[in-house]
Design a protein around this ligand. Structure first.
Ligand SMILES: Cc1cc2nc3c(=O)[nH]c(=O)nc-3n(C[C@H](O)[C@H](O)[C@H](O)COP(=O)(O)OP(=O)(O)OC[C@H]3O[C@@H](n4cnc5c(N)ncnc54)[C@H](O)[C@@H]3O)c2cc1C
Length: 450
């Protein structure tokens, strides 16, 4: 039996997340693969990364692509997230990335992230994706006076790097943001926005099909061989032969599919509650004025936003099992914390709770590239919780690289190149995650950030 990082329920295909997004978007069923077929590029995984790769291959490169999704489209993280179109997709600070990769490569990485944000906006406009875009900018809220100087310094550092940001005092943020017990000012970066993740996914899917890609659902890849220079991917109902494969399974990457990828991903649970719609008076009671996306400045941060129908979405990473019992605890904890941050909402009904897997890597940066010993295999994963943009731009970059041919060296920034470290065993990853949570909680406490 394969050991998984989390409780088996986290991977059960018959359990759909009871998310607000599922309840408010029409999800068209797709057919499973039946029989044998061939294609130029087979893509494993139908989230943002896989669909963006298929769309860009078909639309911009004229290359035939087939997507194999194990479950329904949107079953993975792309149908479960908070809908924050924000950057960057890394847990490395600016200073740490410069120390490790140098200033030039760090600039290239962040330019790639900015191109990702622009790509998401352009896709929404060019492919007429109706996905409830909201707000201009993301606020990182100082939840304690101890972090105010850090945020001011961060604004300066980002400015020197060419990113326009500003710090708003508590009073200035009260005018445009919100009140609450954990509000001591906020750092704002323009250009980021909120969207409906399932509608964005549906739009990518429609666009990919419209431009000629073929999409199958309920088609998990359960076997992968290479014969006569072609990859053969086997599903329960058929098989696809392809000259190239792109792996886009991110936090749901199964061990055992292909050795190169075993134990390279670090999946982590992220959890969300959504309240009932709030009245204008209830929003006013917490001084709520913004449609922008928000996080706070903890290492183990909260992310939150007002949805178009006036509900509050409130989320955080956490949990190391994903069992039904832990899920109940998570829901209770998020509900309690919402009430502590915004006291007048302490008894507001929570109508939705769900969670899913984000994907980190052992080096804290994404992995976008090709296998050294077989350049016909490409991969993209590890968005560190920023996969709306991270997955979309990776799909585009991988499509562009394929159209240039595998003999052309990849010109991606160094922080994303090559496979991240192999972490030996799923249990190492589970206990590593537990240790990381303890470490981050300690850092938040030591810096007065808890
Ligand atoms: C609760 C939560 C909140 C989040 N909030 C945000 C946010 O606000 N903003 C943001 O940018 N990011 C957020 N993220 C992260 C973001 O959702 C992910 O980074 C992004 O969706 C990953 O896209 P992907 O295409 O790489 O992978 P996924 O969307 O996870 O898709 C991978 C797919 O691969 C499929 N698969 C796995 N194995 C196989 C196989 N053998 N054969 C075929 N298919 C297979 C899975 O079924 C899955 O659908 C959040 C994630 C979660 C869980």
């Amino acid at each position: 039996m394969t050991t998984t990082v989390f409780h088996p329920d986290v991977y059960r295909t018959d359990l759909k997340p009871r998310s607000y997004w599922q309840a408010t978007a029409k999800v068209r069923a797709a057919v499973p693969l039946e029989g044998a077929r061939s294609t130029e590029v087979a893509i494993i995984g139908g989230g943002y990364a896989g669909l963006s790769a298929a769309l860009h291959l078909a639309r911009d490169c004229g290359i035939e692509a087939v997507v194999l999704e194990a479950r329904d489209y949107g079953w993975g993280a792309s149908g479960r997230n908070g809908g924050f179109a924000t950057i960057p997709a890394t847990k490395l600070s600016l200073a740490d990335m410069i120390r490790r990769y140098g200033e030039g490569e760090t600039r290239a990485f962040h330019a790639m992230q900015q191109r990702g944000l622009d790509t998401v906006r352009a896709l929404i406009a060019d492919e007429a994706i109706a996905c409830d875009v909201q707000g201009d900018g993301n606020y990182e809220v100082a939840h304690s006076p101890a972090v105010v100087d850090d945020l001011k310094a961060a604004v300066e550092a980002w400015r020197q790097f060419g990113f326009e940001g500003e710090f708003l005092s508590r009073e200035a943020f009260l005018e445009v943001g919100h009140a609450g017990t954990e509000q001591f000012g906020a750092m704002r970066f323009p250009g980021h926005f909120g969207l409906h993740p399932m509608k964005y996914l549906g739009g990518l899917r429609e666009a990919a099909e419209r431009h000629g890609a073929t999409l199958y659902a309920q088609s998990p890849v359960i076997g992968w061989e290479k014969s006569g220079g072609l990859h053969v991917l086997r599903t329960p109902g058929g098989e696809v032969s392809a000259r190239h494969v792109i792996l886009c399974t991110n936090g749901y990457t199964p061990d055992g599919l292909r050795k190169d990828f075993d134990n390279r991903t670090v999946p982590a649970l992220s959890n969300i509650i959504v309240t009932r719609p709030l009245t204008p008076e209830e929003l006013a009671a917490e001084g709520w004025k913004t449609e922008c996306t928000l996080t706070n400045a903890r290492d183990l941060l909260f992310y939150y936003r007002l949805l178009p129908d006036r509900r509050i979405l409130f989320g955080a990473r956490g949990g190391t099992s994903g069992s039904p019992t832990e899920d109940m605890r998570m829901k209770a904890w998020l509900t309690r914390r919402l009430g502590e941050v915004f006291p007048s909402w302490a008894d507001v009904d929570v109508e939705y709770f769900w969670n899913g897997l984000v994907c980190l890597t052992g080096r804290l940066t994404p992995a976008i590239g090709r296998l050294d010993d077989d350049p016909t295999v490409s991969y993209g994963f590890g968005w560190h919780g920023s996969g709306v943009v991270g997955g979309t731009i990776a799909g585009r970059l991988l499509a562009e690289a394929l159209s240039e041919g595998v003999a052309t060296p990849l010109r991606f920034p160094k922080p994303v190149l090559g496979l991240p470290p192999n972490l030996f065993h799923p249990l190492v990853r589970r206990f590593g995650l537990k240790a990381a949570y303890v470490w981050y909680a300690y850092r938040d406490w030591r810096a007065g950030r808890d």
